[in-house]
Design a protein around this ligand. Structure first.
Ligand SMILES: [Zn+2]
Ligand SMILES: [Zn+2]
Ligand SMILES: [Zn+2]
Length: 473
C-alpha cells in the first residue's frame, strides 16, 4: 500500500495509539520525509528527474553531501523550503503515519507483538554490534577484549601474547552467538519446545546442529593453536618465518613486544583494522588476525584512494588511502592497510623504504588539497557561462599553465539582494587557481564554514560565494 493512498483503518489508528512512543517516533519521521525532506525541490515539482544539486531552484549546497549525516554548513542565499504538501509540520501527524506500525508488522498483523520477533530483532542487533563493535559498544565496554581483559593481560606489556589470546577468545565468543540465540529462543518461544531438541521443529533442529558445530570447530581450532605454547597460532607461524635459525619465534615476538612499547610507533585506524608501524615491523590488527611483515622486505604500494566529502567525526573532507603491503618472501601473506591521507606523511617518516604509488592515485595531504575536489564538483553543478564569440580566452593569470576557465556571475540571489556582488572581470582564472584562492581565504580551524563563506574576487574584490563560480563554456 502506498503512503496516503488509502485512509488508515480504525485498527491501524488504535494500534498506533497502543504503540505510543513508537508510533510517535514514526510520525515525526514520516513528516520529516514529507515537508522538510532533503530534496524539497522534488516535492515542490521544481525539478523531477535531475539530482537535487543540479536543480535550478537550489536551496543548499550541502545537498551534495548529506550522506555523512553531519550537520551541513549552510549556504548564503539558501532559503528554507516553504512547507507544502501533506505532513508539513511535526505537530500534525502525516495521514500515513498511523499505517506505519502495521506495515512494519507484516501480513501477520500482530507479529510485532510476539516476544519471538522482538527477541530475534534485539539479538540480531546485539550480535552485529558485538561482532563489528561500533564506538558505542566500545565505550560501553561490550567487547571481547574488555570482557576478558583479566585473562588477556595488557597489550602494552606483551603485545604478541595478548593478541594470541585475543584472537582465539574472539573466535570462540563469536562462534557462541548462534547457540546463545537458540537458548534465548527456548524462553522467547516456549511453545516451540526448543528446550527438548527432539520435539523441536525440524528447522530448529538443524539450526541447533549448526549452533553446536560452530563452537566445536572454533574450540578445536583454538586448542590446536594453543598447543606447544601457541606455536601453531598463525601469528606465531608468521613470526617464525623471521626467526634466526638458532632462535625460535619467541625471540621475534619479544622484539615486537619491545618495539610496540615505544611511544614513537605509528598507530592509527579503527579498532577492527588498526595499523601499527614500529621501527622494524608493519602490522595490521583485525578482529581475528594479526598481520605482520618486516619493514626491510616489504613493498608498499598505494593502490587506491577514496575521497569522502565530509567525515562524520571531524566535519572535514577526507581521503582514504589503501596501501598494499607485500612481502618479498612468498610465505608471508600480503595485506592491505587503510589510512587517512593526512596521516600519510607521518607513515612515510616511520618507514625506511619509499611507498610507491599507482599512477592514477593522487594523494591529497592538506585540507586545501582536499577542498579542491569538493570545490570543483560544486562549481560543476552551477550554471555554465558562455563567452561571447568575439572574446578569446587567455591563459590563467594565476598559474599561466592552463586557459582561464571560470567566470564569477552572481547567481546565488537576485542582483540587488544579499552580500554577494556582481564581478565584471572577464574570465581570468582557471578552476584550480580559483579553488586555491577560495581556500586560502578560509579559516583552517573552521572548515564547516568554508562552503558558506564569501570571498573577494582576486581581481576586482567583488564578493562572491561558491554558487557564483561558473564554468566557462
Ligand atoms: Zn590557474
Ligand atoms: Zn572580479
Ligand atoms: Zn553569491
Amino acid at each position: 500500500m502506498g503512503p496516503g493512498t488509502a485512509p488508515p483503518s480504525r485498527r491501524g489508528v488504535r494500534r498506533s495509539q497502543t504503540l505510543g512512543g513508537l508510533a510517535g517516533g514514526f510520525t515525526d519521521y514520516a513528516s520529516v520525509r514529507g515537508g522538510g525532506t532533503p530534496f524539497p525541490g522534488v516535492l515542490r515539482g521544481v525539478c523531477v528527474s535531475q539530482s537535487a544539486q543540479r536543480c535550478p531552484g537550489r536551496y543548499s549546497i550541502s545537498q551534495s553531501a548529506p550522506r555523512t549525516g553531519t550537520p551541513s554548513p549552510t549556504v548564503p542565499g539558501a532559503h528554507p523550503p516553504a512547507p507544502t504538501g501533506p505532513g508539513r509540520s511535526g505537530l500534525f501527524p502525516a495521514p500515513w503515519a498511523a499505517a506505519l506500525p502495521r506495515r512494519l508488522g507484516g501480513a501477520g498483523g500482530g507479529a510485532m507483538d510476539s516476544p519471538e520477533v522482538t527477541f530475534t530483532l534485539a539479538y540480531l542487533v546485539f550480535a552485529v554490534c558485538f561482532v563489528f563493535t561500533p564506538t558505542e559498544f566500545h565505550s560501553a565496554g561490550l567487547t571481547v577484549q574488555n570482557l576478558l581483559s583479566g585473562w588477556l593481560g595488557s597489550e602494552d606489556a606483551a603485545f604478541v601474547p595478548y593478541h594470541l589470546r585475543r584472537t582465539a577468545a574472539t573466535l570462540l565468543c563469536h562462534s557462541l552467538l548462534p547457540l546463545g540465540y537458540y537458548m534465548g529462543m527456548c524462553f522467547a518461544a516456549s511453545e516451540k519446545r526448543l528446550y527438548s531438541p527432539s520435539q523441536a521443529p525440524e528447522a530448529w533442529q538443524l539450526f541447533l546442529l549448526l549452533a553446536v558445530t560452530l563452537p566445536t570447530i572454533a574450540c578445536s581450532l583454538t586448542y590446536n593453536w594453543s598447543r606447544d605454547r601457541w606455536a601453531r597460532h598463525p601469528l606465531a607461524r608468521t613470526l617464525a618465518l623471521y626467526a634466526l635459525p638458532q632462535s625460535g619465534w619467541r625471540a621475534v615476538a619479544s622484539s615486537v613486544n619491545t618495539e610496540f612499547r615505544r611511544i614513537d610507533k605509528f598507530a592509527t585506524g579503527a579498532p577492527g583494522a588498526r595499523v601499527i608501524v614500529t621501527d622494524t615491523w608493519v602490522m595490521k590488527v583485525t578482529t581475528y588476525r594479526v598481520h605482520v611483515a618486516q619493514q626491510q622486505d616489504v613493498h608498499l604500494t598505494v593502490t587506491e584512494s577514496q575521497q569522502h566529502e565530509l567525515s562524520p567525526d571531524s566535519n572535514l573532507p577526507v581521503q582514504l588511502l589503501t596501501i598494499r603491503v607485500a612481502s618479498a618472501s612468498p610465505a608471508v601473506q600480503a595485506f592491505d592497510i587503510r589510512l587517512n591521507s593526512t596521516e600519510y606523511g607521518e607513515l612515510c617518516e616511520k618507514l625506511r623504504a619509499p611507498i610507491r604509488s599507482a599512477a592514477h592515485v593522487v594523494i591529497r595531504q592538506s585540507l586545501s588539497d582536499l577542498f579542491l575536489d569538493t570545490f570543483a564538483s560544486l562549481v560543476d553543478a552551477n550554471p555554465a557561462y558562455s563567452v561571447p564569440s568575439s572574446q578569446e580566452l587567455e591563459a590563467c593569470i594565476g598559474c599561466m599553465q592552463t586557459r582561464a576557465s571560470v567566470k564569477l556571475v552572481k547567481t546565488c540571489q537576485e542582483a540587488a539582494e544579499g552580500e554577494c556582488q556582481q564581478c565584471y572581470c572577464r574570465p581570468m582564472w582557471c578552476l584550480i587557481c580559483m579553488g586555491k584562492w577560495f581556500a586560502s581565504r578560509q579559516d583552517p580551524q573552521r572548515p564547516d564554514t568554508w562552503l558558506a563563506s564569501r570571498v573577494p574576487c582576486p581581481t576586482c574584490r567583488a564578493r562572491f560565494c561558491i554558487l557564483d563560480v561558473c564554468a566557462v563554456r
